[in-house]
Design a protein around this ligand. Structure first.
Ligand code: DGY
Length: 321
């Protein structure tokens, strides 16, 4: 009998075609968000789940899916999945590393440039008819070139962000759980520093660590107060890494200059006080959202699921069983 897979969100035709060659596919192509109860009902007779960061795969869902063998997340982050509950049941969990590094790094750079040069704020002003003519001291931004870029989390995406800094003649400092090897540091022209030196030294601080209980509110009021009043914070990794209420206070109070945010605590809801601020660029979690990258992510997840169902070890397994 062919194994059954549930695909929780809309994906591309080629992904469904590939899956259909190997499994019986039930997919939510209407893309209506499935609540936990609906998800549990649909998963009850499935051996595989292909899901997204909007789906919570917790112990309750795992218990409701007695035949489940693999959870293939269409994301590199997997904080939406209870890894311990899956591992305890021998369920393989996979993610989609690599294919989204460059697109996500590009988006972090869009936030760096957008905040420094006030791109979205000034676009709003132009549309509102506020631009009455050129002036020397008008709507001044800050330079990105020759500034210090601080990267907190030097994994693949952090490295791709650092690489791009060379074109702007920036000084790059970074902090990471483990220092990267000397050869890579040389190639990226990046210097390892302690956490406090990173916070104090960066003109642009980009966060690129995964979310976990250990990184919850890694940036809060205390950390923000160490940053330069001229500094800009970019969060393109996960909501919850930053204490958003503390960040709003810091932006309102001039503790830092600006922030570029692609992710929020409790998204898609966000702290309404952000909306009143001009010194913040707000994006709807689009780090990996280019057509080529989203197609590649979906195919990577599908290949992981099929490999696991075929008894192979999928390339992107994140739990040891
Ligand atoms: C990821 O892959 O973790 C991204 O945030 C999804 O867009």
């Amino acid at each position: 009998m062919r194994p059954k897979i549930l695909v929780t969100r809309e994906v591309f035709d080629e992904t469904l075609d590939f899956l259909a060659r190997h499994c019986e596919v039930e997919s939510n192509q209407g893309d209506l968000a499935l609540d936990p109860a609906a998800l549990a009902i649909r998963l009850a007779d499935k051996q595989a789940l292909m899901c997204a960061l909007t789906d919570r795969v917790d112990a309750r869902l795992v218990a409701a899916a007695p035949q489940l063998k693999v959870v293939a997340n269409i994301a590199v982050g997997y904080n939406n999945i209870d890894l311990a509950a899956c591992t305890a049941r021998g369920i393989i969990v996979t993610n989609t590393p690599g294919v989204l590094d460059d697109s996500t790094a590009d988006l972090a750079w869009a936030l760096i440039l957008g905040t420094a040069r006030r791109v979205t704020e000034l676009e709003r002003r132009v549309r509102a008819g506020e631009w009455t003519g050129w002036r020397l001291k008008q709507w001044l931004g800050v330079d990105v070139h020759h500034a210090t870029l601080g990267i907190y989390g030097m994994g693949r995406i952090g490295q791709a962000i650092a690489k791009r800094a060379a074109g702007f003649d920036m000084k790059v400092i970074y902090h990471n759980r483990n220092r990267v090897d000397a050869d890579l540091e040389r190639r990226l022209n990046a210097r390892f520093v302690g956490r406090e030196e990173l916070l104090r030294g960066a003109d642009f601080l980009v966060l690129q660590m995964p979310y976990s209980p250990g990184t919850h509110h890694l940036i809060g009021a205390a950390e923000l107060s160490l940053m330069k009043p001229t500094a800009i914070l970019v969060n393109s990794t996960r909501g919850g890494v930053v204490d958003d209420a503390a960040l709003v206070d810091a932006l309102e109070g001039g503790v830092i200059r600006a922030a570029g945010l692609d992710v929020f605590e409790g998204e898609p809801k966000l702290n309404p006080r952000f909306l009143a601020l001009d010194n913040v660029v707000l994006l709807p979690h689009i780090g990996s959202s280019t057509e080529a990258t989203r197609r590649a992510m979906a195919m990577t997840a599908a290949r992981n699921a099929v490999a696991a169902l075929s008894g192979e070890v999928p390339p992107n397994i994140v739990n040891s069983r």
